[in-house]
Design a protein around this ligand. Sequence first.
Ligand SMILES: [Zn+2]
Length: 388
Amino acid sequence: MPAITLETNFEGGNLGYYERVGPAHLRLGVKGEKDQDGRNRQANWYSFRVEGATPGQKILFDLVDLPGEYNYRPNRGAITQDTPPVIREDQTSWRHVTDYDYDANEPKLRVRVIPQAAVFWLAHVPPYTNRDLMALEKECQNHPAFQRQIIGKSLGHRPLLLWTIAENAGTASKPTVWLMFRQHSWEAGTSWVAEGAVRALLSEQGAELRRNTIWKIFPLCDPDGVARGGVRFNSLGYDLNRNWDVEDPQRMPEITAQRQAMRDWISQGHRIKLFLSLHNTETAEYLEGPPNPDATTRALAEKLFEKLNQTSFDPSRPLSFSEVSTALGVPGRMTVVQGLARDFGIRGFLMEQRISFHRKFGRLPLPEDRLRFGRELVEVMWQVAHAV
Ligand SMILES: [Zn+2]
């Protein structure tokens, strides 16, 4: 019998190490990443290819090295019984592994797979890479309402993209709706939402959505993290949704470029009516508005929350508003929503969507659910932008 090997030599491929416990039993250390100070370890991305499996014969994978920290508080890790891996075999789409159990003491997630083929892929959630984004962009570029712009380079010299979707884009009197995806590289679910949103905006039925509204989209904010299979930090460890009160083009060019693009747009006389950054969590789903909301912001937030509730968005808590900073008085702890509110008075929102069991779907979410939600999302954003 050939030995089973695990490969990560493809975009987003990542695994810490693995040991053979037996011929069909492997122990895998999830790599995880820490921030610039060696804190806030998060281990919730892995993506690898299994080779040399015997079709029909069960393989055991033990995922370990899971504990971490979030906002400086230690935890047992983001990978639990709620987050089974997804599997893809040749020519099939991603589905969730169904045979697994979690040992909270170690902690360890044990996964059992009976493959149909010698080669298959496992990942934390269905991946969405820079390469996938380039394929989408190539399709979009045939559309006259689509424009792409490179607003800067990441630490790894990858282009930072800004997409504009609008009929006759320039008019400053039209409201702008600004969407942001993939500040955190592990949160691939949001890229599927982005693809659904963009496809809807460029569809025939999307003509009304792009006629009186300018759509600005940061489709993928951490291209380096997505390429290496990172979690939430840029190549130097800076959390890309925390350092929005820091201007440091050397150490966090991603944030600097995104902020500058928004500043330029506003200084050209445009109104950013709504801003939304999309994220994934393991088990929570919610919408959070900007700090210190005035009456107009509250009305906008309530409308948005109410309309979203009619989609597959399935909040685990009521509408909330952000603190002024994630750690008051400590620099480097402002989210994009907090930073944009302080610097530009923008009404920004953060949405988290869970990757675990989803009540409205009655199962774990898959790419087709995210794509559909993207379509629903732009309709809701458009209605709210023109209603309040
Ligand atoms: Zn996030």
